[in-house]
Design a protein around this ligand. Structure first.
Ligand SMILES: Nc1ncnc2c1ncn2[C@@H]1O[C@H](COP(=O)(O)OP(=O)(O)OP(=O)(O)O)[C@@H](O)[C@H]1O
Length: 307
């Protein structure tokens, strides 16, 4: 694991090939709401009908509001932000699991999303889930069998690999999911909070695996609430707030700013927090990525776009 005393270094330059380009992505969900004032965008006749039949109106929730960023080979990009700021949505769009209402994502290869909620069958043993997971990622049964030993080793589960997954702690489950996703050797690996749930030994092994992936010209995205994890494991970071990209840049610098803002917020220093957020937005605006040259022949192919 990288020492906590300083930032993780990176040799990525503007000439390093782009692996992922997120271009002005907007995502909006529709969800039922019991808040009648929030349903203002619902036409009045429909509101009346809904009230009469006791149905809740669907309201729009803006999850991402025009996010743009670029990940190059060798980048490890941390994503920080408060609950509901759009971090998981960003990873889901990059993975192609969510379609934006505006904008697009370009990706050189299929990104693999490792989420703590990744589908696994709780009644099956770890061993059976490894096989299922490998097949679901597109491996042949022979490739799945060949990958098995490595996966078990990386997960550190030992004999518990033969127990049903529903008996695992959340950290053990997350470790197994990480190990399965890493076995696919994806060039673009998206990790949603998995590392935070593992113990120190597992964090070291998973960090080593991520470093190897970056060294083989891949890139990783890591969502974490812990700014310290981002500082220690990433080269760059993006800070999301209410679906907006506040700033992106060197992981250490962004995480420090985010941490200071979040600390002030938690202490009830609302004015100070608000001014720090404004400053960060302004600073971030100056360095914001604009994906303009989409016809560059060296750019990654289109992966997901709005209908
Ligand atoms: N399937 C969904 N339907 C409706 N709204 C959703 C859905 N998924 C996410 N949202 C909303 O979109 C916004 C962004 O959610 P998202 O899960 O991306 O945030 P997050 O930053 O990952 O949060 P957390 O840190 O709590 O995991 C939130 O307001 C959330 O309520």
């Amino acid at each position: 694991m990288a020492p906590s005393s300083g930032p993780v270094t990176s040799a990525v330059t503007a000439l390093t090939p782009v692996q992922v380009a997120v271009d002005d992505v907007h995502v909006r969900y529709r969800t039922p709401s019991s808040d009648t004032s929030a349903a203002r965008d619902v036409p009045r006749p429909l509101r009346v009908v809904n009230r009469l039949i006791g149905r809740q109106a669907n309201v729009a929730v803006r999850a991402l509001a025009g996010v743009s960023l670029v990940a190059r080979s060798g980048d490890a990009i941390g994503v920080v932000g408060l609950n509901g700021s759009g971090k998981s949505t960003l990873l889901r769009v990059i993975a192609g699991l969510e379609r934006p209402i505006r904008g697009q994502v370009l990706a050189r290869t299929q990104p693999v999303l490792l989420g703590v909620n990744a589908a696994m069958v709780p009644e099956l043993t770890g061993q059976q889930n490894v096989r299922l997971g490998c097949l679901a990622m597109g491996m042949t049964p022979e490739q799945a069998a060949a990958a098995y030993r490595d996966i078990v080793e990386l997960s550190g589960l030992g004999p518990q690999i033969h127990h049903p997954m529903k008996t695992y702690s959340s950290g053990m489950g997350a470790r197994l999911k990480f190990a399965i996703a890493a076995a696919a050797n994806p060039k673009i690996l998206l990790i949603d909070e998995a590392l935070a749930t593992g113990d120190a030994a597992f964090r070291e092994r998973s960090q080593d695996r991520m470093d190897r992936l970056r060294a083989s010209a891949g890139c990783t995205f890591l969502v974490s609430h812990a700014a310290k994890t981002i500082e220690e494991t990433c080269t760059r970071a993006v800070w999301l707030h209410k679906g907006h990209l506040v700033m992106e840049g060197d992981a250490y610098a962004v995480a420090q700013k985010y941490r200071w803002w979040a600390w002030n917020l938690a202490k009830g220093e609302d004015e100070k927090a608000s001014s720090l957020l404004d400053d960060a937005f302004r600073e971030g605006h100056d360095t914001a990525v604009r994906v303009t040259d989409l016809y560059d022949p060296t750019a990654p192919p289109r992966h997901v776009r709005a209908r």
